[in-house]
Design a protein around this ligand. Structure first.
Ligand SMILES: NC(=O)c1ccc[n+]([C@@H]2O[C@H](COP(=O)([O-])OP(=O)(O)OC[C@H]3O[C@@H](n4cnc5c(N)ncnc54)[C@H](O)[C@@H]3O)[C@@H](O)[C@H]2O)c1
Length: 332
């Protein structure tokens, strides 16, 4: 039963109007939290918060909102830092801005948490891109990492997320900040935008419009897709796990599917008449673009910590995304 008094847990979600953030905010409200959202709506949308009227929404860049919250002497029990420049396409469009947002804001959030009288628990959203060009299957959190050269902008997203992880872990070790890193693998579901290069919403939009599904490369590269509602459910458990601070956790599904198979699945589930068209990586992203053939998480650590098991099948997710998309829920 939610507590309506001053004892209610107060949670801050940066990037809370985004895809994962909005699902997380719904979870936190449902369990009775008081929730504050900071989002500059650079890729997030107010519409994502239709079911979150009880949350306080601050439309601002994290760097501007934190000093205001500090001046108000606002305190939090938990901080989920999800705000970031997300996706390879966005990073390729303006690498310097993306690096500054990803590393700068994470540093500011961690410092803000440390400055609180009783530092809150902090969860930092990282990415499987932090595995760089790793070829091991599955990826384990403590694997060595090899990145491409700094002259290739595509790698800067992974580097920036790796730096975020260093910051969180080092401030845990040196200052005792209870910070945990969630390394998200491909997360999918309603409210994800296709316009930043995310594969599933792109496919579903194309299928609904009876347009060709554009598969990059030959489509044999594989990924593991986890429904956003399973991911959102895992985060409050992870942040509250006593052994989690100072550690990295893969978060996602370990069901592997090739991108070509994904395209076929989308066509099947949406009963679409679309064809599949292959497009070279070079044509899609420019010369020298490198994709990784496989990206499978080792979920042992997450299972041990919170007994995690995805509950929503990929077929169900595709059906839900199609329904959301058909209702006009995805911006072009
Ligand atoms: N979706 C995935 O598959 C995936 C995979 C790996 C990692 N991640 C990470 O998960 C987090 C959430 O990603 P998402 O998929 O929900 O993307 P998203 O773009 O929907 O969410 C990011 C949110 O942050 C906001 N934002 C960006 N910069 C901001 C700033 N400076 N100040 C305030 N708000 C800002 C955006 O408006 C947006 O609402 C990100 O940190 C991302 O790197 C996501």
């Amino acid at each position: 039963m939610p507590d309506s008094g001053a004892n209610r847990r107060h949670s801050l979600v940066t990037g809370g109007a985004g895809f994962i953030g909005s699902h997380l905010v719904e979870r936190l409200l449902a369990r009775g939290d008081r929730v504050t959202i900071v989002d500059d709506l650079s890729t997030g949308q107010r519409d994502n918060l239709e079911a979150c009227a009880q949350a306080r929404f601050i439309e601002a860049d994290v760097k501007d909102a934190l000093p205001s919250l500090a001046a108000e002497r606002e305190t939090f029990d938990e901080i989920y830092h999800l705000a970031a420049a997300v996706g390879v396409q966005l990073v390729l469009d303006d690498p310097a801005a993306a690096i500054e947002v990803n590393v700068g804001r994470t540093s500011e959030v961690l410092r803000y948490a440390l400055d609180q009288h009783k530092p809150p628990h902090v969860l930092i959203a990282s990415s499987s891109e932090a595995y760089g060009k790793g070829t091991r299957t599955p990826f384990h959190e403590d694997d060595d990492v090899v990145f491409g050269p700094t002259s290739v902008a595509r790698w800067s997203y992974g580097y920036s997320k790796a730096l975020d992880e260093f910051l969180a872990i080092s401030l845990h070790r040196s200052k005792g900040l209870p910070a945990v890193v969630a390394r998200f693998f491909n997360t999918v579901g309603p409210r994800q935008l296709g316009s930043y290069g995310m594969v599933l919403p792109r496919f579903v939009q194309a299928a609904i419009a009876s347009e060709p599904l554009r598969v990059f490369g030959d489509g044999s590269q594989s990924r593991c897709f986890c429904d956003v509602r399973d991911v959102a459910g895992a985060l409050p458990k992870l942040i509250a796990t006593p052994t989690a601070p100072g550690r990295v956790f893969n978060v996602g599904s370990d069901r592997e599917i090739s991108i070509l198979e994904l395209a076929k699945l989308v066509i099947r589930v949406t009963a679409s008449s679309s064809e599949i068209e292959t497009v070279s990586f070079e044509r899609a992203f420019g010369p020298g673009f490198e994709d990784l053939p496989r990206r499978v998480p080792d979920l042992t650590r997450l299972r041990e910590a919170i007994d995690f098991a995805p509950t929503i099948s990929l077929e169900q997710t595709v059906a839900d995304v199609a329904q959301f998309c058909a209702a006009g829920g995805i911006a072009p």
